[in-house]
Design a protein around this ligand. Sequence first.
Ligand code: ADP
Ligand code: ADP
Length: 228
Amino acid sequence: TPVLSAYRVDKRYANGTVALDDVRLSIASGEFVSLLGPSGCGKSTLLKMFAGIEAPTQGHLRWWGQAFSAVGTTGRRQSMVFQEATLMPWASVADNVRLPLDIARMPRREADERVARALDGVGLGTFGKARPRELSGGMQMRVSLARALVTEPDLLLLDEPFGALDEFTRNKLDSDLRALAKARGMTVVFVTHSLYEAVYLSDKVVVMQARPGRVIAEVEIDATVARD
Ligand code: ADP
Ligand code: ADP
């Protein structure tokens, strides 16, 4: 079974905007997939549906073959990373990253070990005690990524996570993210409007168009592209 599937999915917002029209898509385990297209083509809408934040107007979505309400029964976990780092400014970096574990009531000791590992994983092992505002934009995005990874998700959803960063920082985060995902066998859906970023990162690029939002092509990227 695919990790994610969308079948004849339409999305019409309350104001009448048709954000998605007849989207059909299937994402396999361990795949790194980009949703690529111009502003307004429905990338964020589709990602929010995968995150369970928006429901389709018609059609259906499946997570590991299940309806969203039954994802819990699959034992699989998913996390989402938003465009902005959305960190709690009053809390330390470690406290920010621990938040999902606190919500899950994980014992403090085990949680702290997980937090340390997650921060190491994104190259911020020594910054646990810092406050978010003491960090650069790229470092704050890494904290946000660590917070998403700390639950050890099977599926990671990212909405233009590095779009606000300079090109060098973005390239570095892109290659670190790909390496991390591949090392853990994570399935990733990554929203971008950068063709370069999509081709560099992905095993498969899903190309979308606007008005109405549609999938117009799915392109497999040859594994021999120089990136690993
Ligand atoms: P981006 O395109 O950079 O992802 P946003 O996520 O803020 O920007 O919004 C995406 C698009 O959705 C924008 O064109 C925005 O105007 C539109 N949008 C967001 N929320 C609403 C809303 N409540 N009503 C109408 N349009 C909205
Ligand atoms: P993208 O992420 O590709 O920029 P979006 O999914 O944000 O596209 O938006 C797709 C279309 O739906 C756009 O026309 C946008 O303005 C509209 N839209 C997005 N969110 C809302 C909303 N909450 N209410 C009404 N229209 C929305």
